[in-house]
Design a protein around this ligand. Sequence first.
Ligand SMILES: O=C(O)CCC(=O)C(=O)O
Length: 259
Amino acid sequence: MENGFSQTFEDNGVILLKGVFKKWVPKIVTGIEKNLSSPSKYASENNVDSGRFFDDYCNWNVISEFQDFILNSNAAKIAAEVMNSKTAQFFHDHVLVKEGGTSKETPWHQDAPYYFVNGKKTVSMWIPVDPIVNTGLRFIAGSHKWEKMVRPVSWADNSNFYKGEHDWLPLPEPDSDPENIKILEWSMEPGDAVLFNFRTVHGARGNETHMRRRALSLRWVGDDVTYIDRPGQTSPPFPNHNMENGQILRTDWFPILYP
Ligand SMILES: O=C(O)CCC(=O)C(=O)O
């Protein structure tokens, strides 16, 4: 692992790791194709005008290739290291497929407000299995340190994700303010990963290429994380979880995989 691995993540809220999961790509591809052919009740097509933007989550218990990857790769160890946490607790898996010819952008957002997770030590790992040029995630450097969170929206139509009035920041428009907002983005190869904090603001362009853009995101939490109520049903919802504010996430649903 490169020197300053954790420091770069701490400063920018995101880090690119080249080739870390390269040998797992065939398994992840098989898992994604299984998911596409047999979506769960949570799958969404995200209301696109052209192409396809599919996403689905929480399938690692039924897709053996995902389970193998999550349990037997060094993902948990990397998660603990980058979060600077003694433990890495698995939160969920998320498949995201933006087919070629899909103009729909992924809105700028943070993962945190959609989740019932409170704490600084968090990491999402976005792992593409197709080459990425101009179609990958884009990050606002340092945005994980913003005090308030950005208004979470429905990806289908950018409407408010939670009902009612809440003290969110408005959706940022980083492309119109390049002098003040630094965007980080990279070309990527299959099996590379971008790791980012749940509070790092990110989004993506449409996929105007002729290539598929399939990715698996793994979500991890660290040793300072506890359950927090949000103003409505979260995404994923995890019905009947029976947790209360301040509890650590129940380990029978969210296993500690490192150490
Ligand atoms: O793949 C995308 O377009 C969005 C992915 C994302 O927001 C995430 O993995 O947190």
